[in-house]
Write a protein that binds this ligand. Sequence first.
Ligand code: SF4
Ligand code: SF4
Length: 886
Amino acid sequence: MNWLSIARRLAVAVGLAVAVSSPALASTNSGTGAGGSQAYEAELPADLATAKDMCALLPCKDVFPGAASFSERKGQPPYVEAYGADGKTKLGYVMLSTDITDTPAYSGKPVVTLIGMDNEGKFVGVKVLKHSEPILLLGIPESALINFNNQYIGKSVKDKIEVGSSHADSEVIGVDAISGATVTVIAQNQVLMTSGAAIAKQVGIMEQTIRPQPQYVPLAEGAQLPDWNTLVKQEAVRRIVVQPQQVGLDKTGEPFIELWFGSLNSPIVGQAVLGKSNWQNLMSQLKPEETAIFVIRTAGKESFKGSGFVRGGIYDRVQVRQDGDTFTFRDTDALNLYSVAAKGAPTFTEAAIFMVRSKAFSDAYPWQLTFLGNKVDRETGTRTFANFDTAYWMPAQYLEGGHPKIIKPDPSWLKVWKSRALEISLFALLLVAVTVVYALRDPLTRRSTHKNKWPVNAFKYSFWMIFIVWVGFIMMAQPSITQVLTWLHSLLFKWEWTLFLSDPFIFLFWVFIFITIFVFGRGLFCGWTCPFGSIQEIIHKVAGAVGLKRFQFQLPQVWHDRLKWVKYAVFFGLVVVSLFSMGLAEKLSEVEPFKTTFLVGLTNRSWPYVTFVAVIFGISIFIERPYCKYVCPLGASLAMPSTFRWFGLKRKADCNSCKACAKGCGAQAIDADGRIDHRECLHCLDCMILYTDTSGCPPLAKERKMREREGQPLTAIGKNGYFIPIVPIKDDRQLQHAAALLAKKPDPRLPTDVAVPPVAEARGIKRLWVEIVDHLWPFNRDSWKGSRILTAVGIALALAASLVWVLAAQGSASPIMVIGWWFGWSVFEVLIRLQGKRYVKDGPWWGTVYRRANVMDMLAYVGFKNLLIGAALFWALQAAGLMTMG
Ligand code: SF4
Ligand code: SF4
């Protein structure tokens, strides 16, 4: 057992411990799947994908009430027939969704569903056998998916069924979505409709789509036929390549299978591939609506004809698909292919010509060749089919009139955006409004005083209410740490825009968060818009207003400074667990009370969850935002990049000795030197109000009183936080006083002391180069002055990390191995930089202000930088075909 599987088992054990220790949790979420047990990651029979007698393994009667017996699997894609009590009367069909489509749901894995359909094409039963959607286990009861599926019963596969509202004009029948699981149900709708239609067309319930046949460009007299490379370049011949690891086998350095294929009906392509006489001979055997395609195997030992193929049977390894229609081949549809005439064609070890004999297929339109691999699960030994497709469209130059115009149906995510356009626009406007109001904070805070904060608070409190009620409870768009984990995984492994676009509100919220974090810091999201954060603060404020103020307190700063690290530990813990098991990480994300509060509702969850939320709200009466300050992994994940916010809050020299702002800072984000920790600041703007408040800010009040005594006018407060001198004078007493303070105590206008590393002194194009090197090379002379052990470990890690990337580049290291080493290297880099290059940039990345880094600054810098470098290297390796993810 290797270290990876030990870690995985450990992670699973922790998960089980969590589940076992929460019996009430199981009872609340006990949706039923196969055999009445939970379908979340249920064990399915090992030979499910291949067994002839499917219904001996699965509860087919559950999806076909009244059926007494079932046939063996037949057809391609496969289905079984359901019979009545006499054993002869055919009542309809039962199909397994994964036999037909592998459409992934939110988890990236398909929801395995058993579907019953009667002779008219009406759904009579739908049962989820297995899914991997953690949100449906802990966030939303699994029964919600069962209820969703039940909406299909009685509806016909011929209907236009879509998630959302019905539209009589376009004959769309709507089914209700599951709030918070939109992606899952859109995928499930696609699975049910695709599966039902595939079988309905095969058995004659639905008409096949008749597609117009192509007119090919003839071969001109004396024209040269294209060679193999030209055909490949033109995409008249295409390739499918499957690596061993994609079917659960060890890497061998050789593909599991490499196939080349193409259509042969075009006189130019066909004669180029087969030679003139062979092509003419082939064409003489085809009817007008039939199309011939060739397939050759150029690498790998796996047969594409299928080792279990028997005469009279169906080739179960290759299929042609066109827009929802599947075409399979019997032995009577296949011919031998002995040679390829095109110059430069590769040698091959297996070949065939297949005939698509259907008017529903047309070579004029795009289609795809699918290779159905047999994927082995290493842990359980279970075999499942995995599809590997390559799209094909006869090049336009070989079709008379070029490619026909195709109106593609909107992708599912676009349908969601269109159907909710008004709400989405309002939400986008709301986010813009928050940003604009915050950007105008200077005039707003100047209009406010410590006694009258309404110019700021009127906006802030209004936003809180809108975000709690509309965004949190109605739209259920509270962002979550699980989304951060999904972003991280997607960045490293596989970025899929469609996955993120499927939930427009969450998508827009994240666009807002991403932009505002780098412009202002996380405080704008956390302090002004986070629904859960806002509820906590409202509770605190209301409790204060109704007479509980005297019981309200802050933790001693020393304890606050220790406890604030807990949220970072929770965040890092979740990231590490997610690398081994995303499912377990999502379960552990229950440390977030968001699902209980907004998605599921307090009344729908078991007592441990409700108690957790109640405790947070209870403590919020006495301490401001306890969950935000000490536990929230989402807040921690947003705090780290806030290190690099472009615009900070203002400080003046006097802040280093005056404690007025720090005393009033509910987030306890101002230290003894008056410096603001922008990772902890929630942008309440109380300190900004004091900054220009001539009665509340002690140094300003002092100056004001002095001027009033001396009969001098009160000028406006300048950007530096002091009265603008009446006339520009050299010996301005305020500035002299400020300079004296700065000489004695730290400058509070930067979060840490100014640093001037050599990199800050480079100019012009040289500066760019020096900065790149500085990011990539963590060492300088001082790096080696500290502990020898650290130095030795560093050299070892640097060599190991480089070696692992080289191995990865050769295709011999798994992604998880590379991430493990990269993680180790990053920890070391933090230590070595703290020793020799202890600085980070403050403000915009193109600026030149550097400051001394504290540990969290360095963690944030190295973590963020190495995440981007790692993602870029992974993408490069994938693009070069050297690493396969997933
Ligand atoms: S710390 Fe967490 S709960 Fe608090 S406001 Fe930020 S994201 Fe919301
Ligand atoms: S008082 Fe100032 S530092 Fe403290 S949370 Fe409010 S804006 Fe941030």
